[in-house]
Ligand binder design. Structure first.
Ligand code: AMP
Length: 214
């Protein structure tokens, strides 16, 4: 099963992508996580990506596409994957399609997790990320067992620079301008499905499972 998660930053698509990956036993590929790992490890790619990410801008397509193509070539992607945060622009979607076509494969569903902008800004200010493993929480909706401490690796939880309110507003502008056109792109291909992302996390997941099949 090959899936793409669409939706504004903070719509909860990462959380849903992780749950999908677990249930359907396919890898969760998050370009944001890959960039954050590169930043943490001080790689050249990480340094380049950080300058864009900290401003709420997209990392240029040429830095993203090769990275994702390398990831697809890994053996665990044989039975599919759930893409989270890629593609984010029409050129990225076209690059993905070209690669899939070459492999005789296609995307099964592009799942849009729909949440209005006003909800997003409130949500993101409550988001916390682990400095160690990158796990994400929400101070109200998905709180850690101990405030400020990661359940998984016990490291500190912080508000990411790109989750700060002024950056979130910028990211939403970028989303509407560069990523929203993907809705039409995948609708025309007949693979776009939508779920209401404003309801509880478990309900969003149930709606997705209903679409994908148990
Ligand atoms: P995310 O965790 O998916 O919200 O990604 C965090 C940041 O990483 C984004 O705001 C972008 O700066 C960058 N990023 C992640 N995925 C992509 C992508 N496919 N294209 C361009 N930039 C990306």
């Amino acid at each position: 099963m090959k899936l793409i998660m669409l939706g504004a930053p903070g719509a909860g698509k990462g959380t849903q992508a992780k749950k999908i990956a677990e249930k359907y036993n396919i890898p969760h590929i998050s370009t944001g996580d890959i960039f954050r790992a590169n930043i943490k490890n001080g790689t050249e790619l990480g340094q380049k990506a950080k300058t864009y990410m900290d401003q709420g801008l997209l990392v240029p397509d040429e830095l993203v596409v090769d990275l994702v193509m390398d990831r697809f070539a890994q053996p665990d992607c044989e039975n599919g994957y759930v893409l989270d945060g890629f593609p984010r622009t029409i050129p990225q979607a076209e690059a993905l399609d070209a690669a899939l076509e070459k492999a005789g494969a296609k995307i099964d569903y592009a799942i849009n997790v729909e949440v209005p902008d006003e909800n997003i800004i409130n949500r993101m200010s409550g988001r916390r990320a682990c400095v160690g493993c990158g796990a994400t929480y929400h101070i109200v909706h998905i709180p850690p067992k101990t405030e400020g401490v990661c359940d998984k690796c016990q490291k500190e939880l912080i508000l990411r620079d790109d989750d700060k309110p002024e950056t979130v507003k910028k990211r939403l502008d970028v989303y509407h301008e560069q990523t929203q056109p993907l809705m039409d792109y995948y609708m025309e291909k007949g693979v776009l499905v939508e779920v209401d992302g404003t309801v509880a996390m478990e309900e969003v997941f149930d709606a997705i499972v209903e679409i994908l099949g148990a």
